[in-house]
Design a protein around this ligand. Structure first.
Ligand SMILES: Nc1nc2c(ncn2[C@@H]2O[C@H](COP(=O)(O)OP(=O)(O)O)[C@@H](O)[C@H]2O)c(=O)[nH]1
Ligand SMILES: [Mg+2]
Length: 383
């Protein structure tokens, strides 16, 4: 038994932890005896809820505990652990601080005009507003990547029959999951399996090869290939480097280009390349494994450009946070427009408070005292 004296426990209350052998029967017996003695079972998430209610952690931290429990890759776990330690609030803190300072500046100009506090000029307000708006917008935009880290992404492998899609699928999975043959049209339905690429769970779809003049079952499969392509976060268009490019290759590339994120992969790099092959493809050999690590990197680069985010701490993974941040940005935009239109500062302040509210919903509320303290500490009012 371990005794954690308050406030140094997970919930900030006095806590006793009982450790025993891991055999399920022993564990169940221990729980039953505890219940007989007057204990009750915890509600789902109760310990984390108590930690939150007791002010031990903030909301983003509590949410991160859930992500940590659900993590399937080490990278996801690491991101969640960082957030459980407060990385989201830490990222937001300086932006919120700047916003509070701007609010205090305008409040002071209105309330204490007779105390020699001059009204802030528009240029000054805009200069302060800009980095707040940009910072919050960047953080909101990082959800695109953060959501992928948390929820994983889907990747469809498409191409003509026999270019080696199933072989590539197996190579990325590092196991022989899909059937590979030299007979075109072998894969007729979607085959999917999840692999980790750079710590992100990636659901790979192997698809039926796309060609004209296929018979009925194969045609249905081809429709599913198009569907998988439309639904996926990233499409790998596979071409055969040893064969001249065909009209079908080009049609598929055009379709991928129209639909969003995609990568061109040139398979069979182990064979003699042909002159007429498509250019600009990432060369790989599903047979020998050559180029596969580079392809993994290219996949990551396509979904998460390098340097776009501070690894592990620089992005948000919660849809709730994203929506709150976007709401805040909307009001900051309104505020910026109001400055431009020389709207009275009283009205401008309404927008700034409205921009602050969603941030408060993430990090915890700002009180009137927070703002008053800033006014009095910065402006030496009432000397
Ligand atoms: N030389 C060579 N042959 C390959 C490579 N990848 C696949 N193949 C062969 O190409 C044929 C078709 O492969 P498969 O993966 O079934 O293609 P799919 O129809 O696009 O799924 C099979 O005979 C494979 O062994 C490769 O990188 N190099
Ligand atoms: Mg196949």
């Amino acid at each position: 038994m371990t005794f954690f004296e308050k406030p140094h426990s997970y919930t900030a209350e006095d806590v006793i932890e009982i450790s025993c052998h891991g055999a399920p029967v022993v564990l169940r017996h221990a729980v039953e005896r505890a219940l007989e003695a007057g204990a009750r079972l915890a509600e789902p998430g109760e310990f984390t809820l108590r930690a939150y209610l007791n002010g031990r952690i903030d909301l983003p931290q509590a949410e991160a505990v859930r992500d940590l429990i659900e993590a399937t890759t080490l990278y996801q776990a690491r991101v969640a652990a960082q957030q459980a330690e407060g990385s989201v609030s830490r990222r937001l803190a300086p932006l919120k601080e700047q916003l509070l300072e701007l609010i205090a500046l305008l409040e002071a100009g209105i309330d204490f005009a007779e105390d020699d506090v001059s009204v802030a000029p528009s240029a000054e307000i805009l200069r302060r507003l800009h980095p707040i708006e940009e910072g919050i917008r960047t953080l909101a935009a990082s959800f695109q990547y953060g959501n992928m880290v948390r929820a994983g992404l889907t990747l469809a492998i498409v191409g003509r029959p026999n270019v080696g899609k199933s072989s590539l699928f197996n190579a990325l999975l590092e196991q022989d999951r899909a059937i590979v043959t030299e007979i075109p049209g072998t894969t007729r339905d979607l085959v999917s399996e999840t692999a980790a690429i750079g710590g992100i769970p990636v659901k790979l779809y192997d698809t039926a090869g796309i060609r004209e003049s296929a018979e009925r079952v194969e045609t249905l499969g081809i429709e599913r290939s198009y569907q998988a392509m439309a639904d996926s976060d990233l499409t790998l268009v596979v071409v055969d480097l040893s064969q001249p490019a065909t009209a079908e290759d080009h049609a598929l590339i055009d379709r991928a280009r129209r639909q969003g994120r995609w990568l061109l992969v040139g398979n069979k790099s182990d064979l003699q390349p042909t002159q007429a092959a498509i250019e600009g493809a990432v060369p790989v050999s599903a047979r020998t494994g050559a180029g596969i690590p580079l392809l993994r990197e290219a996949v990551l680069e396509a979904v998460a450009p390098r340097g776009a985010f501070v690894q592990e701490t620089g992005f948000i993974t919660s849809l709730r946070h994203e929506q709150l941040l976007r709401e805040s940005v909307q009001y900051l935009e309104k505020a910026r427009a109001a400055v431009g239109a020389a709207i009275p500062h009283e009205m401008l302040l309404l927008d700034l408070y409205a921009a602050l509210r969603p941030i408060d919903a993430i990090t915890g509320a700002t009180t009137a005292d927070d703002i008053l303290n800033r006014i009095f500490s910065t402006f030496c009012i009432g000397k």
